[in-house]
Design a protein around this ligand. Sequence first.
Ligand code: KG4
Ligand code: ZN
Length: 347
Amino acid sequence: MRKVLAVETSCDDTCVSVVREDGYVELSLSQNQDSVHKPFGGIVPEQASRNHSFHLLPLIEQALKKISIDDISVYAVTNRPGLLGSLLVGYTCLKTLALLHKKPLIGVNHIEGHILSPGLYDDQSELNSHQDEPYICLVVSGGHTHLFKVEGLTQYELLGQTLDDAAGEAFDKFSVLIGLSYPGGPQIDRMSQSGNPKKFSFPIALKKKGNLNFSFSGLKNSARLKIGSLSKKQIEENRHSLCASYQEAIVNQIIFKLNECAIQYPEYKNFSIVGGVSANTRLRLRCEEWAQKNNIQMRIPPLRYCTDNAAMIGYAGLRRFLQDSSRLHNDSCYAHHLDDDFIGLKS
Ligand code: KG4
Ligand code: ZN
């Protein structure tokens, strides 16, 4: 079976992985930069790219201590969307490796990586049965809230998306408002577990039937007003319930939209939810309950493949490579991936 060595540096995590064509993750390494960005309450692009260039080669060296470079058939790297300086670090490094070893280099769209992430498995998880297309996939991350109809590999139809903030952004901005540090999602998740989700009421936007778009900016503004009306002591005493109530509003909007989608596309019985926010404990539970009640097959990746990782990039890259090479019978077609527009400067 072919193996891919993949790198993901689109945002603040430096990730390296080796994946087999059946989705088995042989190795997944990652170095986060949370402590670097924490003082700023968000990601500083210049710092992110500098830190990628610091961490990437040691991670690749670590990977190649376990896996022989001769076993790697293909290289894959996130080529868009993301922070330009950060993407360039991963791209330049893998382009060099691919040229040196005379192997194809595949550029992978980060969102496509997330979409295919439920297909990953490893020694800690059961074999993830292949999800038959077509299916509906919701990508909820720090940068995206996109609802897709997936007809096949590379065939994605956008059904709806956020009109303003992404779901992860809504978590991260709220955490700054109530004095938690960056990134907010995991902390709000933890704090909510001992809070009362009904104590504070927050609005759910775009509740019109048939609307598959999302919006989180009204929720954020309402939270800003609510917190502004409370004393420091009241915020302190209610922090867990504020988190739980705010989180519930995000989850409610997501469930509402999944439900609208299921009504509009009753022939779709397979759904998946992916991206950093799909690691959220409450969201996972509510999605599974919703799916069970509506006779829908729901797939959510293992926690370690919800947030950014290079395994999903490798898997998506290798699947694209196999699809294209069986069609074209010529690996050299991948030369076009090395052109000037590889990182999407023109699009
Ligand atoms: O997919 P991801 O790692 O990076 C992007 O592609 O953006 O998603 C990161 C986002 C952040 O906004 C983070 O706060 C959120 O995912 N996140 C969570 C949880 N874990 C990560 N949000 C809610 N609950 C979590 N447990
Ligand atoms: Zn992501």
